[in-house]
Design a protein around this ligand. Structure first.
Ligand code: PEP
Ligand code: MN
Length: 377
């Protein structure tokens, strides 16, 4: 029997934090960072410390560089979890990683960028995590390419295996020209949030920024854009770090980041628009118009059903391509005259017609065709 968890609780005033070193290097080093994170957890209830992060197996571009301590680090993390009552999350890239980490008592896992872009690996991981009881959370980083469908596909593979508590992590995208290590592409992040309103999105400001001095700026921007919290690298002594030394915050820098007035503002002040009556009023108008659009679509459906009955009585096929093209052409022209793009009206009209066709086929107990012709064909 799977443990069923409450759905995530989103709130404006609470920000999530996942922090810890890029890699687990020594038990003492881990403990030094864990102490800082516990201080944050205990001192400021407005931060919800979700987990302590530490890489055990590191995906590195170059062989022969530090690839993590591997299983040797797991007992350190087991003890750390118990000692600080702090959940630990590690990166897993293979089912074997999952099994070893799970056996060490770890219940939170993150899927790194390189793995997240590999559907074969993701499928294997999703299946192996889906079989385990008590998985608390799976964090899914975006893949290196700004391909929302690929990221979404990864999320969906975990959902399909019954993983309920998924959290997405924006760690930026590979881009030839970028002032950062990875381009944040806030447009992709916003698109992700729109499509996944129930999945929290955290910002891995460290892997976007690539340099300590840029981390606060990225972190603040992410919170202004409405991301749910931060997933950041903190090392007890960054200058000695064996991986990602340039981007890991020291404990002091981490506390400074969280204390920073501007961050505080972004975190805890209500978004400025909430104070604006004008915006509230305009949004109310939009809501009303959207309802009216749905009312019209419901009315349209009734007419479509009547036409469907008529066609059935007359022995006429529901699909009349000539009429369809003609009508959509007229709609596109009409839309253009009213400042709406042909592309938008074309795809909207197409969608509405497909749905109408589906109603009429359902009336006859027939399955709808998988692809009906589009107006531009
Ligand atoms: C990491 O978090 O240390 C890491 C390897 O990140 P990414 O997969 O985003 O490169
Ligand atoms: Mn790292």
């Amino acid at each position: 029997m799977k443990i069923s968890f409450e759905p995530f609780d989103f709130s404006h005033s609470i920000r999530w934090l996942v922090a810890g070193p890029c890699a687990a290097e020594s038990e003492e080093g881990l403990r030094a960072v864990a102490r800082v994170l516990c201080k944050v957890r205990d001192a400021n209830p407005r931060f919800r410390v979700q987990a302590f992060r530490a890489g055990v197996w590191k995906p590195r571009s170059q062989p022969g560089t530090f690839e993590g301590m591997g299983a040797e680090a797991l007992p350190w993390l087991t003890r750390l979890q118990q000692h600080f009552a702090l959940p630990v999350c590690v990166e897993v890239a293979t089912p074997h990683h999952v099994q070893q980490a799970y056996a060490a008592g770890i219940r939170q896992f993150w899927i790194g960028a390189r793995t997240s872009g590999d559907p074969f690996a993701v499928e294997l991981l999703a299946q192996s995590l889906g079989k385990l009881q008590g998985v608390e959370c799976v964090y899914v980083k975006n893949p290196p390419a700004p391909d929302l469908r690929l990221w979404q596909g990864t999320i969906d593979r975990f959902k399909r295996q019954g993983i309920q508590r998924l959290v997405a992590v924006l760690r930026g995208f590979y881009q030839v020209e970028s002032q950062y290590r990875n381009a944040p592409r806030w447009d992709v992040a916003l698109d992700f949030m729109l499509r996944n309103p129930t999945i929290p999105l955290l910002c891995d400001a460290s892997h976007i920024a690539g340099r300590v001095d840029n981390v606060p700026k990225i972190a603040m921007q992410s919170l202004e854009y409405g991301l749910q919290g931060l997933f950041v690298e903190v090392h007890h002594n960054p200058s000695t770090a064996k991986s990602d030394a340039k981007q890991q915050l020291s404990p002091e820098q981490f506390l400074q980041l969280l204390d920073d007035c501007a961050v505080q503002e972004a975190l805890f002040a209500p978004p400025p628009e909430e104070e604006s009556m004008e915006l509230r009023h305009l949004r109310r108008q939009i809501d009303t118009i959207d309802e009216q659009l749905l009312d019209l679509l419901a009315r349209r459906k009734q007419v479509v059903l009547k036409i469907g009955e008529w066609k059935q009585r007359a022995g006429v096929s529901p699909l009349c391509v000539v009429r369809w093209r003609h009508h959509l052409g007229a709609l596109v022209r009409y839309g253009r005259e009213h400042g709406l793009s042909s592309r938008f009206v074309g795809s909207l009209g197409d969608r509405v017609h497909r749905e109408a066709l589906r109603y009429q086929l359902e009336q006859r107990d027939e399955a709808p065709p998988s692809e009906a012709p589009t107006p531009t064909e």
